[in-house]
Design a protein around this ligand. Structure first.
Ligand code: GDP
Length: 320
């Protein structure tokens, strides 16, 4: 029960939590004893200023952009200041809840969540097309994605529609062989759209559930690439377009995303190499900037290292 003053208001303990020393706390507990547990205290701006400053540094050091950091901290202040808490309540829990809520809101705002595993069951064959600049981890990601689908009992076929980069086809072939997944390849320098088209036809006639199409990612300013990507989309009519971005690429990732959005648009992002990024806060910044959902993250080089991106995962990573 909170103590009431003569005007019936909840009386406030004016001692700031942040300034409380262990000695002061003990002394007060002895004075108020058991009743002290039920005493309520209203949180004031001063009480949270240390926490806010500490978190500001932590969030910025985790690659969360300045704007997002400020938004998270404003949310935190408004959820804490004015709140009456009993000594039994844990202020840390309140802080964690508020951070989680803000991050969730940021990730969900304009980021209509997409359950890819449900989507692939809607249509047969379901066509997923991957875009991304060379080196971001696109080939590896397609292999991980294929493995994930295969583990769920879906029949997958892959189209190596980057006919200009022999190495890309070779690498995909090696992955597909290991995973025992069929691959449709084209002639070096051949028409990438026809490779994608053949794979879709083959999936239809042989009863495959999902077609994964790799596309070229040479210098994204290349004019021919722009036409090539537009054409491949027009001909294969993918059900889902995924952009693969490297979490270590910084501003380049944003530039790449703008390019692909303009040329072919895309439904969601897969962010690779999060394991090499110290905290993974870049995932929040990118989701915020791109206004597209970050659906999966790459967290290593094995086939199992592709996981759904969730607010819970990033919270764990940032604050544990
Ligand atoms: P592509 O040129 O976009 O097809 O890129 P690759 O798939 O060939 O990948 C480039 C390099 O990044 C390879 O050495 C991959 O093993 C590595 N890679 C891809 N995804 C990840 C990831 O999530 N984590 C780490 N640590 N490495 C990755």
């Amino acid at each position: 029960m909170p103590e009431k003053s003569s005007e019936g208001k909840v009386s406030e303990d004016t001692t700031s939590y942040s300034l409380n020393t262990e000695g002061e706390k003990k002394e007060k507990e002895q004075r108020f004893g058991f009743l002290n547990f039920f005493k309520y205290k209203e949180i004031k701006e001063d009480d949270v200023s240390d926490i806010v400053e500490e978190l500001r540094t932590e969030l910025l050091e985790s690659d969360i952009s300045y704007d997002i950091t400020e938004k998270i901290l404003e949310d935190l202040k408004s959820s804490l200041i004015g709140k009456k808490i009993s000594r039994r309540e844990d202020i840390e829990e309140l802080v964690k809840d508020s951070l989680k809520k803000s991050i969730k809101e940021i990730l969900e705002k304009n980021n209509s969540y997409l359950d890819v595993m449900e989507r692939v069951k809607i249509k047969r064959p379901y066509v997923v097309m991957f875009f991304g600049v060379n080196g971001v981890g696109k080939t590896t990601t397609i292999a991980k994605f294929a493995y994930m689908l295969k583990k769920r009992g879906l029949k997958v076929i892959v189209a190596a529609a980057d006919t200009f980069r022999a190495a890309a086809q070779e690498q995909l072939a090696i992955h597909c062989e290991k995973l025992e997944i069929p691959l449709v390849r084209g002639k070096y320098g051949g028409d990438p759209a026809s490779v994608a088209f053949d794979a879709i036809q083959s999936a239809k006639s042989r009863g495959f559930d999902v077609v994964l199409i790799d596309t070229a990612g040479r210098m994204h300013t290349d004019k021919d690439l722009t036409e090539e990507l537009k054409r491949i989309v027009r001909i294969s009519k993918p059900d889902l377009k995924l952009l693969v971005l490297d979490s270590l690429a910084g501003n380049d990732a944003l530039e790449q995303a703008k390019y692909f959005e303009r040329v072919v648009d895309y439904d969601g992002v897969i962010l690779t190499k999060i394991d090499a990024d110290t905290k993974g806060g870049i995932a929040i910044s990118l989701a915020y900037e791109l206004k597209k959902p970050v659906l999966y993250i790459g967290i290593g080089q094995t086939y199992d290292d592709l996981i759904p991106f969730t607010p819970e995962w990033i919270m764990e990573r940032l604050f544990s």
